[in-house]
Design a protein around this ligand. Structure first.
Ligand SMILES: [Zn+2]
Length: 74
């Protein structure tokens, strides 16, 4: 699986490119690098898949597709 690490901002220009259902994951770009961001239970952020856009986007799509949505309960 993916290794999540504490998110440490490396650039003042964090840009969110995509947000998954329920805002569980965000695909972000920062200084030419892309990664997936998620919020932790204590209000912090963790990142994974840092690197080129296709890689981060692929991991983002995979994570988003595994999301079990509580809002879709009928
Ligand atoms: Zn959802």
């Amino acid at each position: 699986m993916h290794r999540w690490e504490p998110y440490i901002p490396r650039s003042p220009r964090l840009r969110v490119r995509k947000t998954s259902c329920c805002c569980q994951y965000e695909l972000c770009g920062e200084g030419g690098q892309y990664f997936v961001l998620r919020q932790t239970a204590d209000g912090g952020y963790e990142e994974t898949a840092r690197g080129l856009y296709p890689h981060a986007e692929q991991v983002f799509a995979q994570l988003a597709s595994q999301h079990w949505c509580t809002r879709q309960a009928s």
